[in-house]
Write a protein that binds this ligand. Structure first.
Ligand code: HEC
Length: 246
């Protein structure tokens, strides 16, 4: 005896089928828009075209080589000082740009090499006469701030839950020979939401978590696509149901 007690799409009245189709279409369009948005807001952060794990890591964790001071010293300002002085400044930035070391070493060095041009009298260039002035170009890019992440997480937690609840309510009317598999497809996105959002924060501790952001996002999208296409297919296209379907 089949314990299934949910009617298949083909037994639903036309109104329910129309309602479900509307929900699927708008959710599908929303999902596509979300994918485009992810691409537009993260692609190319690492200086290379396209979306990569590095872009995601930079978005959440920031970039250690991303200060203006370092790029200037690697680029146009590299001729303004000796290579070993250049290394000293870059080292100082990478170790966290401490005030003590600035006063002892970096400040005098810059007074010597940079302040001819980078001074308080030149409004077009950042002034390096004070620690605060230097910090404006030496501040680390630390990625999205925790308050920003908290704001975006609560929106995602609530929003995605309702998206996957809605599509799951539709998809449960589909026929799957293996019901457990259908259940796995329904529940996986919920675990992915948790893993995805937790990894945003964890990427700040270890950039490898960017891979979990990508993996869980991909898995979520795969489950969404299966639910979408199977539902549309069984709603409007396939006609022949197996004998054990109810
Ligand atoms: C001969 C004048 C001159 C000297 C000396 C000089 N700079 Fe510059 N610097 C400039 C000019 C002009 C620009 C803006 C044009 C550019 O970016 O190439 C600039 C731009 C920069 C920028 C980018 C500023 C921004 O807001 O993006 C940084 C950082 C910088 N310099 C660091 C240094 C450091 C560090 C030194 C000393 C080792 C130094 N500069 C010495 C003239 C100078």
């Amino acid at each position: 005896m089949s314990k299934r007690n949910l009617v298949h799409f083909s037994h639903l009245n036309l109104t329910s089928k129309m309602l479900y189709t509307g929900v699927l279409c708008v959710l599908g369009a929303g999902y596509l828009a979300a994918m485009v948005y992810v691409y537009l807001s993260h692609a190319g952060r690492d200086g290379k075209e396209g979306l990569s794990a590095k872009d995601i890591a930079i978005a959440y964790a920031g970039s250690s080589s991303g200060t203006k001071l370092e790029s200037a010293l690697m680029g146009p300002m590299s001729r303004m000082l000796q290579p070993e002085e250049n290394i000293q400044i870059v080292d100082w930035v990478r170790k966290g740009a401490s005030k003590d070391e600035f006063d002892a070493k970096i400040g005098p060095l810059m007074a010597n090499r940079c302040v001819v041009c980078h001074n308080d009298r030149n409004p077009h260039l950042p002034s390096f006469e004070s620690f605060d002035g230097v910090m404006k170009v030496a501040e680390k890019d630390t990625g999205a701030s925790v308050p920003t992440l908290v704001r975006v997480s609560h929106i995602h937690l609530f929003g995605l839950t309702f998206i996957f609840l809605s599509i799951g309510l539709v998809f449960r009317h589909a026929y799957f020979r293996r019901e457990w598999l259908q259940g796995v497809i329904v529940i996986t996105p919920f675990f992915c939401i948790i893993a995805d959002i937790a990894s945003w924060y964890l990427t700040k501790l270890n950039v490898e978590f960017a891979w979990i952001v990508i993996g869980s996002g991909g898995l979520m999208g795969t489950c969404f696509s299966i639910m979408f296409f199977v539902s549309i297919w069984q709603l409007w296209i396939s006609r022949d149901l197996p004998a054990d379907a109810v």
